[in-house]
Structures are given as structure tokens and as C-alpha cells.
Design a protein around this ligand. Structure first.
Ligand SMILES: [Zn+2]
Length: 83
């Protein structure tokens, strides 16, 4: 039998059963949060993080790795964006 314990949401401080809680990462590295905070805050923050790292990866693909082989293209790109 699972012993359920009451814990506090680390974001809005509502009381909930531990098995109903969610990981609050990246809002809170170690805390647990309620369903509402999970949907309203934690999941959007997580999506945002994924989006940012994806964009960073794409930018590195285009302007990082390729640029090391095509320096003239990098010069062209930077000279055009600075205008
Ligand atoms: Zn909450």
C-alpha cells in the first residue's frame, strides 16, 4: 500500500497529495507543484526552454559549423545584417 503524504506546492503554496504533484522544474529545480501550476507555469516554461535550445542549435548549424567551412558566406551574412 502506498502511504500518501500531504505536501505544499512550491509555486502557489496550495496543499496537495504527494502523488498528485508534478516536478516543478525549471521553475523550481527540486520542488513539487500542483496540477494548476504545472499547466499554467511549468509546462510553458519547459516549452520555452526547449524552443530556445532548438533555436540555438539551428543557429549554430547555420552560422556555426557551416561558417567554419564557408568564411566568405559568414562575411556576407554579417555585412548584410549590420546595414
Ligand atoms: Zn501550485
Amino acid at each position: 500500500m502506498i502511504m500518501s503524504k500531504k505536501i505544499t506546492c512550491c509555486i502557489c503554496a496550495v496543499k496537495m497529495m504527494e502523488e498528485d504533484s508534478n516536478s516543478a522544474y525549471p521553475i523550481n529545480e527540486v520542488g513539487r507543484c500542483c496540477d494548476e501550476c504545472n499547466y499554467m507555469k511549468v509546462i510553458p516554461a519547459r516549452l520555452n526552454q526547449i524552443k530556445q535550445s532548438e533555436i540555438k542549435g539551428i543557429v549554430e548549424d547555420i552560422y556555426g559549423k557551416r561558417v567554419s567551412h564557408y568564411n566568405s558566406e559568414w562575411d556576407w551574412l554579417t555585412s548584410n545584417t549590420n546595414k
